[in-house]
Design a binder for this molecule. Structure first.
Ligand code: SF4
Length: 312
């Protein structure tokens, strides 16, 4: 069952170079109680996708369906009610998300007493429980602290607790461990896995290692389009799309040198967006955009090398 369904989502920006589609026709479904990873290089459109789903950026076309309702067609007031109560987002830098002049308790009060109209005592009790379930054993002490008194990992746990304080059942985590050391990263990833019991998570990251450890499914995004999607095991163990293979070959591993993908993330004007960097490109690749196909093993792929194989 889907918690969230994204259909043909396109977000374009007017730039000096003309209209640029930051995301282009993205369709995805986030299943209930699972983690769907979105992987890709910087500039691939991952954060624009997150902000479009949250209604913070206006799409040019497409739908985001929550319980069958296209939330992008709602008014700003209606969307404000969805944000936090149904869908919450955490970013990569908890330091900039928390106000340095406010105690952590005030951050919670702002969300729960203003948006939820909760009494202060009630909000305080709920904040204590949320901090505790986010893995902070002394919530009372944390609530009295200012952000600079917390480590990066503690701040990210606080951000997750605040994000969930209005009861959201869908969490969008945009590079949630990018600013953390390896040990703290592992702890935050474990926390996200523990949230799966009651929530569904869209996890945006450039790190395939992060996805390997916690994502049930993975979609690979290149220059605003999804090029391959399947179970995380399929994508990481038996990648088929040349870009996915390139991403995996670029990971440093013991005993072998990483092979970076030549060039930078850039969309070609016509045909396959990856054709300028693809070692397997054919004549058709620069002429026609490949359609999304479902292969026999269930994965979806957009590449001319796989246009003949159908679901069977
Ligand atoms: Fe490479 Fe062509 Fe496939 Fe694009 S469509 S990834 S250029 S083979």
């Amino acid at each position: 069952m889907d918690a969230l369904r994204i259909e043909n989502l396109t977000t374009a920006f007017n730039t000096e170079k003309g209209i640029i589609k930051a995301i282009d026709g993205i369709s995805l479904n986030l299943r209930k109680g699972t983690i769907l990873g979105i992987a890709g290089e910087s500039g691939a459109g991952k954060s624009v996708l997150a902000n479009t789903i949250m209604g913070l950026v206006k799409p040019s076309e497409g739908k985001v369906l929550l319980d069958g309702i296209d939330i992008l067609s709602l008014s700003e007031d209606e969307m404000r009610a969805i944000r936090g109560k149904r869908i919450a987002m955490i970013g990569q830098d908890p330091s900039s998300a928390l106000n340095p002049f406010l105690r952590i308790s005030t951050e919670f009060f702002d969300v729960m007493t203003i948006h939820e109209k909760m009494k202060k005592t009630e909000a305080l009790e709920k904040a204590r429980k949320l901090l505790h379930s986010a893995g902070l054993p002394e919530p009372e002490r944390i609530l009295r602290m200012y952000p600079h008194q917390l480590s990066g990992g503690m701040k990210q746990r606080v951000m997750i607790a605040i994000a969930l304080s209005m009861g959201a059942d869908i969490l969008i985590a945009d590079e949630p461990t990018a600013s953390l050391d390896a040990t703290t990263e592992r702890q935050i990833l474990n926390l996200l896995v523990s949230l799966k019991e009651k929530r569904s998570i869209l996890l945006i990251t450039h790190s395939l290692d992060v996805l390997e450890s916690i994502a049930d499914e993975t979609a690979v995004i290149y220059s605003g389009t999804i090029v391959e999607k399947g179970t995380t095991e399929q994508i990481l163990k038996t990648p088929k799309h040349p870009y996915t293979k390139g991403l995996i070959d670029a990971i440093p591993r013991p005993g072998s040198l990483p092979i970076p993908i030549a060039g930078s993330c850039k969309r070609e004007d016509s045909g396959c967006a990856f054709s300028g960097r693809c070692p397997l490109r054919m004549e058709i690749c620069s002429q026609h955009k490949p359609k999304n196909r479902k292969l026999r093993d269930g994965r979806e792929i957009a590449c001319h090398l796989f246009q003949e194989e159908r679901d069977g």
